[in-house]
Every structure is written in C-alpha cells, then in structure tokens.
Design a protein around this ligand. Structure first.
Ligand SMILES: NC(=O)c1ccc[n+]([C@@H]2O[C@H](COP(=O)([O-])OP(=O)(O)OC[C@H]3O[C@@H](n4cnc5c(N)ncnc54)[C@H](OP(=O)(O)O)[C@@H]3O)[C@@H](O)[C@H]2O)c1
Length: 295
C-alpha cells in the first residue's frame, strides 16, 4: 500500500507528515553552565539565520511547526511569529505549556490549571494568533489531578483559544484516561530507532487515529553516525543516515509525524527529502533489528 505523505491532525488539519521542531534554534550553550546540556535558554544570536531556516521549512512544504512556551522562556515562540506571521493558511503551529524554567538546567512540570491557562494566553500573544492549532501539555504534573490539567486545556478549547489538545511523554493508560475527559489529537513522546520505550503508545495512537509526534527523531546522530547499521542501510538505498532514520519512523506507523530540528539549511533540506525515501518491509524489519541490537 502506498504510504501517505499527509495526515489529518485532529481530523481536520491536513499536515505534511514531516514537520519541523524549533527547539534547537535556542540550543546555544549558556555561559557558566555545563556544556553540551542543550540549555534552550535564549533566542539565537543569529536571528536572521534562524528565521531563514523557519521560512525555508515552510517553502519546502513543511507545515507542522512545533515549539513550546518554555523554549528560551517564550523567545522561541516570538521567533516563530517573527519568521512566519502572518501564517500561510496551511501552516499549523503546535506549542506546549506546563513546564517551568527557573534556570538553564531545570525543566519543572507545573500543572496548576490557572498556570496552564495563563501560559496559553502568553503563547497566543507571542505567536500572534487568536487560537492555537495544537496545544500540548508538555508534562503531566503528578501534583494535580489529571482532570484539572486536561480540564484547563478543555476549557481553552471551549473558549476558542485552542483548536486541538495534545499530550507529551505519556503512557497508554494516561492517554486513555485523558481521552475520557476530552478528545486528544496527539501525543509527543521520545521515540526513534534507538529509543523504543513507547512502542505501545505508537500502536495505540495508530489504532485511535491520534498523531504520534516522536521527539529526538534523528537522535542527534547517536544511531546514524558513520559505521552505524543505519549508515550501512542508508548506503544501500542511496539515502543519508538521517534520512534513513526518518524514513524508518514514517514507515513505522501512518500516524507518526517526525519533527526533526536543525539550525542548518542543508540538514533541513536533507530531512525534508526523507519524505520520498522508501524502505521495503524487509529493509524496515532489518533496520529495526539492527538498531535494537545496538541500542
Ligand atoms: N515534548 C518534549 O518534551 C520534547 C523534548 C525534546 C524535543 N522536543 C521537540 O522535538 C523536536 C526535535 O527533537 P530534538 O531537536 O531533540 O531532536 P532531533 O531533531 O532528533 O535532533 C536535532 C539534532 O540533530 C541534528 N540534526 C538534525 N538534522 C540532521 C541531519 N540531517 N544530519 C545530522 N544532524 C542533524 C541537529 O543539529 P544541526 O542543527 O547541526 O542540524 C540537532 O543537534 C524539538 O525541536 C522540539 O520541538 C520535544
């Protein structure tokens, strides 16, 4: 069966299955903090280059753009608006609320319903929209009942401030429980060739028609480096290792929507071209085994 290149997010927003994650545009190391942590603390110094990457992504047909209120303390959302507002009709903006950033190395869930609503108001202003296409709860906070956290997002949908609700880093059980409260359009969990802890969530999302948005999709090169099994298969099919890792995700489930992040126009073009990289079922199976063996 031919693989679809698009997906109906929430049943009514057509998105290209290959999206773009903006987090790495804020990944410069923060002076005074341990290097290599990916602080995601400030807007990029070279703002024009970052905006060029965002605009190029849309030009190449990417229309699912993922950000969060916590990336660079909101400056990442401002950058998205500066680059892309007024948004083309087909562009779908996904953001997240529910995580505090008291310092460059702390990510602290906070699910107080009033905080979730306040942060959404701020995201609306920074993104310059009246309604957020996909509002994701960045993390569930065990300190608050699920009903209260999902209830706050549901209220925002009822008020017309969010179109669809998504979750992040949740189990099937948590997803099911949230669905009892309101429809859930997406789940964003860490998942790639080497990180396969959420296989059950991938399958559940597929069965429910829920988007599964795998973060860390190219795994920062961990499974795609020179000499890796992925690199071997890539050579066979005439693709790059990153493209092969993305093609594997696209093949894995029809509701998977990878959002690779990059600061480089070259990597962006390479990642977007993964849309047309096809694996046979045998190559997919072989790649799955190879990567599991080395994970
Ligand atoms: N929900 C959550 O909790 C959560 C957590 C993390 C991330 N996210 C979202 O998921 C998105 C993607 O995750 P991620 O940024 O962690 O992981 P990723 O997209 O797998 O990896 C990004 C890293 O890979 C490099 N890269 C990208 N394309 C490449 C290519 N073709 N060849 C070689 N290297 C390449 C980038 O460096 P260059 O800049 O040099 O290309 C960057 O360092 C984020 O932008 C964010 O929107 C969500």
């Amino acid at each position: 069966m031919a693989m679809a290149n698009t997906f109906e997010l929430g049943g009514d927003l057509t998105v290209d299955r290959l999206g773009y994650g903006t987090m790495r545009l804020a990944a410069a190391p923060e002076p005074g903090f341990e290097a290599g942590m990916g602080h995601i603390w400030r807007a990029p110094a070279d703002r024009e280059s970052a905006k060029a990457v965002l605009r190029k992504a849309v030009e190449l047909g990417v229309n699912l753009i993922d950000t969060a209120d916590s990336y660079a303390l909101g400056e990442n959302e401002e950058l998205v608006a500066e680059a892309l507002h007024p948004y083309a009709d087909q562009v779908v903006i996904a953001t997240k609320v529910g995580v505090l950033r008291p310092s460059p190395v702390e990510w602290v869930p906070l699910g107080h319903p009033a905080y979730l609503r306040q942060q959404t108001e701020l995201s609306l202003r920074r993104l310059k929209v009246d309604r957020i296409d996909l509002l994701q709860l960045h993390r569930l906070d065990p300190a608050y009942p699920l009903e209260d956290q999902i209830g706050a997002l549901k209220q925002l949908v009822e008020e017309g401030k969010a179109r669809h609700i998504g979750l992040s880093e949740v189990s099937v059980e948590q997803l099911r429980a949230a669905q009892q409260i309101t429809p859930i359009a997406s789940v964003q969990n860490m998942y790639n060739l080497a990180e396969r802890g959420h296989e059950d969530v991938v399958d559940y999302a597929a069965a429910q028609g829920i988007a599964f948005i795998p973060f860390f999709p190219v795994a920062g090169g961990a499974v795609t480096g020179p000499g890796s099994p992925v690199a071997e298969v890539a050579t066979e099919i005439g693709a790059t290792p990153a493209q092969t890792a993305l093609a594997w995700l696209l093949h894995r489930s029809p509701t998977i929507l990878p959002i690779p992040g990059t600061t480089s126009l070259e990597h962006l073009a390479e990642n977007v071209a993964a849309r047309s990289v096809r694996l046979s079922d045998a190559q997919f199976a072989r790649l799955s085994e190879l990567a599991t063996a080395t994970a």
